[in-house]
Design a protein around this ligand. Sequence first.
Ligand code: PEP
Length: 264
Amino acid sequence: MIDEIKKKTIVGNWKMHTTAAAARDLAEGIVDGLIDEEGVSIILCPPYPYLAVVGEVLKETRIALGAQNMYPQMEGAFTGEVSPTMLLDVGCKYVILGHSERRHKLGESNEFINDKVKVALAAGLDVILCVGETLEQRKANQTEALLDRQLSLGLANVEPDTLSRISIAYEPVWAIGNPSHHATPQQAEEAHAVLRARFGRIFGKDAAKQISIQYGGSVVPGDAAALLSRPGIDGALIGGASLVVNDFLEIVRSAIAETEAQPA
Ligand code: PEP
């Protein structure tokens, strides 16, 4: 039955946090705390140096390993960068691309992100593409146009047979790392509907139905259920709360409950 409905997805983005020992403890805490995770897809995204450490802990579990970024070349003279083949080699199944911290703090353009999306998919990684507006853009009523642009440019020329390996994370920039100012379930639902409609115009209605769209922006255990119960919110990308075993597990449990509550 669970396989026939859309499972919620919970992604832990550890950003530039942890040490090797802390990463192992965090991953072990999550693995040990899960009892019945059949109704949820869980992806942990530690920093590059700890991918192997965490991958070791996740072996033989249902939890997948993801990276927070990659460079859009298979190999070469790109000092300091990490290729999709390296990520696959170390056990990654997923890669987060277009995170707002990379767009706004490191100046990544939609075109560069699109390159990464295409190269990641071609290499065999599944992609979580992040999109989201700034507060200024929201106040200026530019949210819809911005989401439209980030989605269509980010996914330009993507091969139709790779669509099932793409998910979207709607992450309003003003809500990230800002627990006192996160999006309401209503705001998140509306933005997800905009993204799904746009996705449908590009790739067709069936693809729009299938695409998983996660919400990210200061999700904490107390509001996870309210968000995840909304139509069109297929999961959550968690930053701060993913660094606390019990908080992350509580969010995962909300996701399992919401998956099970869906009509078959
Ligand atoms: C994120 O890392 O994308 C994120 C949503 O972080 P936080 O949950 O801390 O806002």
